[in-house]
Design a protein around this ligand. Structure first.
Ligand SMILES: [Ca+2]
Ligand SMILES: [Ca+2]
Ligand SMILES: [Ca+2]
Length: 323
């Protein structure tokens, strides 16, 4: 099976304090038909995107605040980044910072050209001394954003609530290609469609792992093409926020990943790593974490719906400076 699509839904649960929500939200129209989606994005999944590789020049970020969580998102798979949020853009932990970095990781065991079994892993770590980079620490050997999913003249990732500050009818961070001549306006490629459950904020971007050249001499995902490395993975990425009281302290990260390569991937894993930094810089020594397994002795004390979950906490329930 060449096409290997998997969807990962991760909830990041953070306790929160109320902050002022921006009350002005422009009315937006979303794509609701399969035909319109395919016109703008070609066919879902498959080989639509593998012509171009992700690029360093496409790296952008955005601060999202669609509910009680305000955080920074980078368009190569990371939520937060080392040192970027610090105590500035954080309204959850009372000025202590709450995220060093969260991000996407995917890997597979494949057969090399010489017949050896090798494991290739693509990560989104921002810092060269934590993630995979080329020897000069410049090119990310992992996830990078593809061009075409935001306005090339804007610094922000496209988001559902993006402003139209120049008044030209196009939300400023959206790419020109999202204009629908049939609808006579720009349409948001909504994940959930135009339903009552539509999120209050949504960001959308597309990434690939083609610049992961660590094993390019031993494994080429696209036959005869040594310019593309990694596993040959494309992924649509969405971050969703709902202002509903049931979900106001959650961010949903949805990755729709496609094996766009010429080869099968039979031994494949994907997931998310995270460093929640609970209590802020200087109080990370007592950050704790646990995984509640789906069943067994360690799961018995937990409600069924709480299982298969990773969570973190601060050991003494106090952050830096006693906060
Ligand atoms: Ca505009
Ligand atoms: Ca701590
Ligand atoms: Ca502490």
């Amino acid at each position: 099976m060449k096409l290997n699509i998997s969807i990962l839904l991760i909830s990041v649960l953070l306790s929160a304090v109320v902050f002022a929500q921006e009350s002005i939200k422009e009315e937006r129209t979303k794509i609701t038909s399969e035909e319109e989606f395919e016109r703008l994005f070609w066919k879902k999944g498959g080989e639509r995107l593998n012509k171009t590789s992700g690029e360093i020049s496409e790296i952008k970020d955005i601060i999202i605040k669609g509910n009680k969580i305000q955080t920074e998102v980078w368009n190569y798979g990371s939520i937060c980044s080392p040192g970027a949020l610090a105590d500035v853009r954080d309204l959850v932990w009372n000025g202590l910072g709450y995220g060093y970095e969260f991000g996407l990781i995917a890997g597979a065991k494949v057969m090399s050209i010489s017949g050896d079994s090798i494991s290739i892993i693509s990560d989104s770590h921002v810092s060269p001394n934590e993630g995979d980079y080329d020897p000069s620490d410049v090119l990310k050997w992992g996830w990078l954003p593809k061009a075409g999913f935001s306005d090339p003249n804007e610094n922000e990732i496209a988001s559902f609530t993006a402003g139209d500050f120049d008044g030209d009818g196009k939300p400023d961070s959206w790419p020109e290609s999202w204009y629908s001549s049939g609808a006579g306006k720009y349409l948001w490629p909504a994940f959930l469609g135009d339903a009552s459950t539509a999120p209050d904020e949504e960001v959308y971007f597309v990434i690939d792992d083609y610049t992961n050249y660590e094993f390019i001499g031993q494994y080429q995902p696209f036959n005869g093409d040594a310019t593309k490395g990694g596993l040959g993975l494309d992924s649509d990425v969405r971050m969703l926020q709902f202002n509903n009281p049931l979900a106001e302290d959650l961010i949903f990260s949805v990755y729709q990943m496609t094996n766009a390569s010429d080869k099968d991937l039979s031994n494949f894993y994907m997931g998310m790593y995270g460093d929640p930094h609970i209590g802020g810089v200087g109080d990370t020594g007592d950050d704790m974490a646990f995984f509640i397994p789906p069943k067994g002795e360690l799961a018995n004390n937990f409600d069924q719906r709480a299982r298969s979950m990773v969570y973190g906490w601060d050991l003494d329930f106090k952050g830096r400076g006693g906060k």
